[in-house]
Design a protein around this ligand. Structure first.
Ligand code: SF4
Length: 170
């Protein structure tokens, strides 16, 4: 099978699309959780910001794309604030499904809250936000990673713990 080419720097449109994707997930989650009060919605955004900070602070400095334009634009962002780390640590890292829990909660918490809220008080806009969240988290995520980002990733060639976890057995 022909191997996909890898990007040294991803095209800007990929970064824009992946950024819009992330913002849409957080936007849908925020919209749903806002029904529980603005404090819950703000806490949700604070949690999302913490995850993004953790990624840019701890993982991006050890990635091949530190200082380069990765598919999510965070390699350049990380280089603005943090020193380069050891790329070999990234390659040899091991990721388990337990490590994925904090990221999964970004969609799972508003999803569960949205389903409960719909049962309590049905609203079309809430249903649309919930469906949007589900489509983005499943098919949207697959499209962004499978067709636009991971597919062309040099770090995947060098070794990526997330890729090894998701593609175990392939
Ligand atoms: S293969 Fe790994 S490093 Fe590359 S974009 Fe996907 S998750 Fe990120």
């Amino acid at each position: 099978m022909k191997k996909a080419e890898t990007y040294e720097n991803y095209p800007l449109w990929t970064v824009i699309l992946s950024g819009l994707f992330s913002l849409s997930v957080y936007g849908a989650g925020f919209y749903i959780l806002f029904r529980l009060g603005w404090i819950v919605a703000i806490l949700y955004l604070a949690y999302g910001s913490f995850l993004e900070y953790r990624l840019v602070r701890r993982h991006c400095p050890e990635c091949y794309y530190w200082g380069r334009t990765c598919g999510f634009g965070k390699g350049r962002l990380s280089a603005l604030f943090f020193k380069q780390g050891d790329v070999s640590r990234f390659c040899s890292g091991v990721m388990t499904w337990r490590d994925m829990i904090p990221d999964l909660l970004v969609s799972a918490v508003p999803f569960v809250a949205g389903v409960v809220l719909l049962f309590v008080h049905f609203e079309v806009t809430l249903l649309i936000a919930l469906l949007l969240l589900v489509v983005l988290t499943t098919a949207g995520n697959g499209l962004i990673r499978g067709s636009l980002t991971c597919r062309y990733c040099m770090q995947r060639e060098l070794g990526c713990p997330a890729d090894r976890l998701f593609n175990k057995g392939r």
